[in-house]
Design a protein around this ligand. Structure first.
Ligand code: BTN
Length: 319
């Protein structure tokens, strides 16, 4: 049985190296066999350390591409308390709601490197393999500047902006909150409000964000490969998980009023486009998108000339 101290020693050795170190060199320092080093590297990789193994050369740790509990906890020390999982059985939004129901004080964030039951909007599932960043940020009522509609749209703007700034890849929004690169979806957002009947408003909101960051194509289920993408697939390189996570969370917390709407509109690529309107799976016909109003509702014009303001709770769109 290998001790955690030994793993920490191995991390320190890899951290202090300039390039690759062979299993033999590391084994010499730790008085362990090459096989033990190889097993320890595998353990660390499972914990989110990005260690490249080059056969005949050795190992190299890339800190900025690692996604570990320690790194996330440190990064979030001054932001919000964090609950971190390598893999979550179920959905981070459900886990966050469970914590709330047990009396956990918000704000807090649940972060996972993968989840087995990722939830999407309208009862769909959300594929959540390793390579992505999945989190549920729980904000109390006092930190919510507006209605549920604004929480959803402002979160998607903050997410798209942070991702574009960090990756340089144009990230546009399909109302209400999907983020697209080119014609493919790269981020999904599911926000759920916890209603306080006495207050007559939201006591808190769970903002669930799933980012296909470094996801390789083969990690997506086959049927998604034509319509989903990741920043890695578009940019041809990997991006730093923890920095992305922290910038997106800070961005969401930072939006405090409706002034975000103009930027949101600028990124919303369906304005001027024809869509089909679906309500709970039922096709309500086609319409042309003409604007996003001050309530973050989508304004469409129907073939009859009638103008409608659609709220995200009511409809979804098909391009
Ligand atoms: C959608 O595209 O329909 C929304 C997808 C939302 C996925 C995120 S991943 C983190 C959080 N936990 C979940 O179960 N869902 C959201």
């Amino acid at each position: 049985m290998l001790s955690m101290d030994r793993h920490q020693d191995l991390i320190r050795i890899l951290d202090s190296a300039d390039g690759f170190l062979s299993g033999e060199e590391i084994g010499g320092v730790l008085s362990l066999s090459r096989m033990s080093i190889s097993n320890m590297v595998r353990d660390l990789q499972k914990d989110g350390y990005y260690i490249e193994k080059r056969s005949g050369v050795g190992y190299r740790l890339f800190r900025e591409l690692s996604f570990t509990k320690e790194m996330v906890e440190k990064e979030f020390e001054d932001i919000v308390p964090v609950y971190f999982f390598q893999t979550l059985e179920g959905s981070s939004n459900n886990y966050a709601k469970k914590l709330l129901s047990e009396g956990t004080e918000s704000p807090f964030v649940v972060v996972t490197r993968s989840q087995s039951g990722g939830k999407g909007r309208l009862g769909r599932s959300f594929s959540s393999p390793e390579g992505g960043v999945y989190f549920s940020l729980v904000l109390p009522g006092r930190m919510l500047f507006e209605s549920a509609d604004h929480i959803t749209t402002s979160s998607s703007l903050a997410t798209a902006k942070a991702l574009e700034e960090l990756t340089g890849i144009e990230s546009r929004i399909k109302w209400v909150n999907d983020i697209y690169i080119g014609g493919k979806k790269a981020v999904g957002i599911l926000s759920e409000g916890i209603v306080d009947l006495e207050l007559g408003g939201l006591s808190s909101a769970v903002i669930g964000v799933g980012i296909n960051l470094n996801t390789p194509l083969e990690a997506f289920p086959e049927e998604l490969r034509v319509k989903a993408t990741s920043y890695y697939l578009e940019g041809g390189k990997r991006y730093p998980y923890v920095e992305v996570l922290s910038r997106v969370v800070k961005g969401i917390i930072g939006i405090q009023n409706r002034s975000y709407l103009d930027e949101y509109r600028g990124r919303c690529f369906i304005i001027g486009k024809d869509v089909r309107i679906l309500s709970y799976g039922k096709d309500l016909g086609s319409a042309r998108c003409i604007a996003v109003d001050d309530d973050a509702h989508l304004v469409v014009i129907l073939p009859s000339g009638e103008i409608k303001h659609l709220s995200s709770g009511e409809v979804t769109l098909k391009l």
